[in-house]
Design a protein around this ligand. Structure first.
Ligand code: NAP
Length: 523
């Protein structure tokens, strides 16, 4: 049985307890245990803050970019083993695993290229300056410098690779060392990746630490200069926000939580158009890719009232062709959820939604699955629900079924569609499928203030779009309200979480000379 260890103070250490078990969700077989009990997390965080922080702060952006490239090369060389772990422990099909593993490697590469662009500097300066005196002898410019703390990254189970490396890439490019805590059910992949990176010796001491365990005590020694970036459920986020040490010291806190994302089909779209097919393709993806376990996934499908029945029938027919089962089978499109408890929770939540919506496809545990036993594996049938009354919905706007499930809601007109999208209380992403620019001009600004990202697809984009659920490192990720209020990535924008903006007041000559020592912070 595999026993995951933690990498702290520059060495691998086992916990002292029995730990929590992690499983193969296709078979229910126990694969190993995760445990960090007895590990001095305070000492680990202090070591990272001082040893790793000192090393990174001496380096330029370009030198840190080289570190990221070194890590991505190590990971790229071990892809086949990671894919195997993702299938065994996360229930990933090969394309599911690619999203997580290549997503991590790709994000490291994007940030290493950004670092190259910033070059041999350690500071950012915003464009322009403001005159502060009558005579132009006193001005202000704004610079960004690395904060001296550590980054504590607490990740969700559904992206053990991408979640680890997307946060790491931004923090390290900004010059901040990382203590990462993967979620216990899928920590195995993060553990193997960090083991390979440590063995390859591509990072200075203290730049990356890994805690495999519950994370208990991880925030007990957090300081005002530290950065806590959390990804996970709304419930855990609320708990961390109220952590006494977080309240007392006010570290920077970024929350990426769950959200009830919506997609809107424009009223201009008719059956048979390319844009209609693109819309349905995206819904089928939402109900199959990673078995629906993506925070950005479509949970609410807003369609014009007049077309609702026809669209539901077409989607139900397409879903019936999807093969659910053993993700090792190349034809399987829907693997299991991460474990039986997650599947049971999803079934309970579908039952809660059933008060407001009826199932047009799926709705529970499938009677049969391909090459696996549905009683042992954590399978959930792709589930399409249809809201009974769009004007009296609460559960549909509030309850996240973290699996292959979404609800169709029929809208009367665009104002109604926008109001329904906003009823999610703040989401990570919304999408619109329409060939009428007027529809886009109304929907995009009206929903943007409640979303971190809006994807507006017309048929000129066609299949070239990256997907409603896929987070691109060039774009900000995070959303207001229910989604946690955080913001990550977005190219150089992401660095700001780990850096301090300071107004520098001085003579125009001095500010110009300062500009020569810094990289341009223009985005
Ligand atoms: P979770 O149960 O909230 O756990 C998230 C992380 O928090 C795990 O690493 C967990 O560790 C840790 N944790 C729990 N209690 C903690 C505590 N008291 N102190 C420190 N750490 C603690 O979420 P999950 O089940 O892993 O992930 C699924 C959820 O994440 C979904 O709701 C999904 O929508 C959301 N999500 C959001 C995003 C986003 O970017 N917005 C991305 C992915 C997922 P253990 O596993 O060891 O308990």
């Amino acid at each position: 049985m595999i026993r995951l260890e933690s990498f702290v103070n520059g060495a691998w250490k086992a916990g002292k307890g029995d730990g929590r078990r992690f499983v193969n969700p296709t078979t229910g077989e126990v694969l190993g245990t995760v445990d960090a009990s007895g590990i001095d997390t305070e000492a680990a965080v202090t070591y990272a803050r001082h040893t790793g922080g000192a090393a990174l702060r001496k380096m330029t952006f370009a030198e840190r970019a080289a570190l990221l490239r070194g890590v991505s090369d190590v990971l790229a060389a071990n892809r086949p083993r990671y894919n195997e772990i993702a299938t065994r422990n996360s229930g990933n099909t090969q394309s599911d695993a690619t999203i997580d593993i290549e997503g991590g490697i790709g994000t490291l590469k994007v940030y290493s290229r950004l670092g190259d662009r910033l070059g041999a500097t350690q500071m950012l300066i915003e464009p322009g300056s403001d005159q502060l005196a009558k005579e132009d002898v006193f001005r202000a410019a704004h610079i960004w410098t690395t904060r001296p703390g550590v980054a504590i990254h607490i990740n969700a189970f559904n992206f053990p690779s991408w979640g680890l490396w997307e946060k790491f890439a931004v923090a390290v490019l900004a010059g901040v060392p990382v203590v990462a805590k993967p979620a216990s059910p899928t920590a195995w992949l993060s553990h193997e990746m960090v083991r390979d990176v440590c063995a390859a010796n591509v990072l200075p001491a203290g730049v990356l630490s890994l805690i495999c365990g519950t994370g208990e005590g991880l925030l007990d020694s957090v300081t005002a200069m530290d950065h806590v970036a959390f990804t996970g459920s709304h419930e855990t986020a609320s708990h961390l926000r109220r952590h006494p040490r977080v309240l007392e010291t006010s570290p920077r806190l970024n929350i990426e939580a769950d959200s009830i994302n919506a997609t809107i089909l424009g009223p201009d779209v008719t059956s048979g158009q390319e844009i209609d097919a693109l819309f349905r393709r995206e819904i089928v993806r939402a109900l199959s890719v990673k078995a629906g376990q993506m925070c950005t996934n479509i949970r609410r499908i807003l369609v014009p009232q007049a077309r609702a029945n026809e669209i539901v029938e077409a989607l139900a027919a397409e879903l019936a062709t999807l093969k659910t089962g053993n993700p090792g089978d190349a034809e399987v499109r829907v693997g299991p959820l991460v474990h039986a408890q997650a599947r049971d929770e999803a079934v309970d939540r579908i039952a809660a939604l059933a008060r407001e919506a009826k199932a047009a496809a799926g709705g529970g545990i499938p009677a049969e699955v391909s090459d696996a036993d549905p009683k042992r594996g954590a399978f959930l049938a792709p589930t399409l629900l249809v809201a009974r009354d769009a004007d009296h919905l609460q559960a549909v706007h509030e309850i996240e079924v973290f699996g292959p499930a979404a609800t169709v809601i029929a809208y009367r007109d665009l104002d109604h569609a926008i109001a329904l999208a906003l009823a999610g209380g703040g989401s990570l992403v919304a999408s619109l499928f329409s060939d009428d620019p007027q529809v886009g001009h109304k929907v995009v600004p009206d929903v943007a203030n409640a979303h971190g990202r809006v994807m507006a697809i017309d048929s000129t984009v066609g299949k070239a779009h990256t997907g409603h659920a896929i987070v691109m490192p060039q774009c900000v990720h995070g959303g207001p309200g229910r989604a946690g209020g955080g913001e990550e990535l977005g190219g150089l924008r992401g660095l700001r979480f780990y850096m301090q903006r300071t107004a520098i007041q001085g003579s125009p000559g001095f500010l110009n000379s300062l500009r020569g020592t810094a990289a341009d912070a223009a985005l």
